[in-house]
Design a binder for this molecule. Structure first.
Ligand code: HEM
Length: 290
């Protein structure tokens, strides 16, 4: 047990150092050319993604729209089953242009949480939904597990509300979701979930996971509401789409932490404000009712 902890700490330190190296490399090298983000020969190169087929009965899906979309296009196995953790690393790296450090860390974290061996083992997508592993309450695209045990399908009313709250505008006038929009909706979800889910829990690490997931989505999609609609509602990659991240070594933890911290701090402030308002309302009501 202690040895496992030490190994995990050393691995994490190694990944963090590697990530700083990749971040520096990205700063020093020219970006990839738009249209050339997905490597030649990989599905999605030059925006050409394999056919989208919605999941059918018996297919395995999970709470991650990005992984489900890859399975829906056959970039990961369409049935979402027996995906080696190393394949997950390679595929996410090529399809979304995340850094090798992120693409190694997240499947490694999954291996640890599921008691599997990163180098040897495989997962069905639904296994990733271990509650309070990475999957947690108050998500933006799923009802809490208490209300909906199957985390493999999106909850459309949340997604529509999130996207309708977008306040940004791109240069071409199209709607953009901003970090502040994410924080507002996330605070609303945390407040609502805390009062409607008798088994609600959200510890510090899951708050950070929540803000990280939503921030990666914002960065990779450049906040484009039109693209997000397709990714989050149908879990479908839009025709011709490629990641908005053009850095050669992809999106590093160092690069997206800025957005994560911004989203998480604002979410906490808004959640605390809502809690205080609720307490004041309850006190006034008690006073009025004598
Ligand atoms: C191997 C890589 C990955 C794994 C194992 C993974 C796993 C997960 C899991 C378990 C969740 C559920 C968290 C929750 O309860 O809210 C999740 C959510 C999410 N992930 Fe991933 N993910 C991966 C890569 C990605 C990538 C590359 C992106 C972006 C392109 C992404 C975007 C998201 C989004 C947007 C959510 C939904 C957040 C919400 O509903 O609040 N993920 N992921």
């Amino acid at each position: 047990m202690v040895l496992k902890g030490i190994i995990a700490a050393v691995q994490n330190l190694y990944i963090l150092t590697w990530d700083v190296g990749l971040f520096t490399f990205n700063l020093l090298t020219p970006n990839l050319k738009p249209g050339h983000v997905v490597p030649e020969g990989h599905p999605g190169a030059r925006g050409s993604w394999p056919e989208y087929i919605a999941p059918k009965e018996g297919d395995s899906r999970c709470s991650c729209p990005a992984l489900n979309a890859l399975a829906n296009h056959g970039v990961l196995p369409r049935d979402g089953k027996s995906i080696s953790l190393r394949e997950l690393t390679r595929t996410v790296r090529a399809a979304y242009n995340f850094s090798p450090s992120f693409c190694y860390f997240v499947p490694l974290y999954c291996a640890r949480m599921l008691g599997k061996d990163y180098n040897q083992d495989a997962v069905d997508l639904s296994e990733l939904d271990l509650h309070n592993g990475i999957e947690h309450d108050a998500s933006l695209t799923r009802q809490d597990k208490y209300h909906e045990p199957n985390q493999g399908t999106p909850y459309i009313p949340y997604i529509e509300e999130l996207l309708a709250s977008s306040s940004g505008k791109a240069l071409d006038g199209s709607a953009l979701l901003t970090p502040d929009d994410l924080a507002r909706f996330s605070a609303k979800r945390r407040t609502e979930a805390a009062s409607s889910n008798p088994e609600f829990s959200l510890d510090c690490i899951h708050k950070i996971f929540g803000s990280s997931n939503s921030s990666t989505m914002l960065t990779i999609m450049g906040g484009r509401v039109k693209d997000l609609e397709s990714f989050l509602i149908e879990e479908r990659i839009p025709d011709g789409w490629e990641s908005r991240v053009l850095s050669r070594k992809g999106l590093t933890f160092q690069a997206f932490n800025k957005t994560v911290i911004k989203v998480e701090c604002k979410t906490r402030n808004l959640t605390n404000k809502a809690k205080k308002e609720k307490t004041v309302r309850a006190t006034v009501l008690r006073y009025l009712l004598g």
